[in-house]
Unconditional design. Structure first.
Length: 138
């Protein structure tokens, strides 16, 4: 048996570089998807004074990257303890009920499912953006 030392520093450096590129590409794709979802969800969110529409935000890997611009008062953007992935949310106590209850009426505009339906309609597109981003890494 040989006790030869094999220098793997170039390999390790290349691996670290690839990991950095992979993370950056993935994060950019998550941000793109989150921003798109925030935009369509904000447009579709029910409106009374604009508080719900103004409380949306996008958080990617624990960092807030965008907030929604509501009409009227506006609210406080959502927050999360998540350090991985993308979170799109609305931070008012009634946000989930407005999204999930199809029996609510919205005479000033918007609809139930403003967040969930838009995600369900677009998740394949978001997956494609992520796949395209990471597959283009050299």
């Amino acid at each position: 048996m040989s006790n030869e030392f094999v220098d793997t520093s170039d390999f390790e450096r290349g691996l670290r570089d690839y990991e950095r590129k992979f993370k950056a590409a993935g994060e950019a794709a998550l941000a793109k998807a989150g921003l798109h979802l925030l935009g369509v969800a904000t447009q579709d969110a029910p409106v009374k004074e604009g508080t719900l529409r103004g409380s949306g935000s996008v958080i990617v890997n624990g960092k807030s990257i965008a907030t929604s611009a509501g009409s009227g008062k506006g609210g406080t953007p959502a927050s999360t303890d998540s350090e991985r992935g993308v979170v799109v949310g609305f931070n008012v106590p009634y946000a989930a009920k407005q999204d999930q209850d199809p029996n609510l009426h919205h005479p000033k505009g918007g609809k139930a499912g403003y967040l969930s339906e838009n995600f369900n309609s677009n998740w394949k597109l978001y997956r494609k953006w992520y796949k395209d981003a990471i597959s283009g890494i050299k």
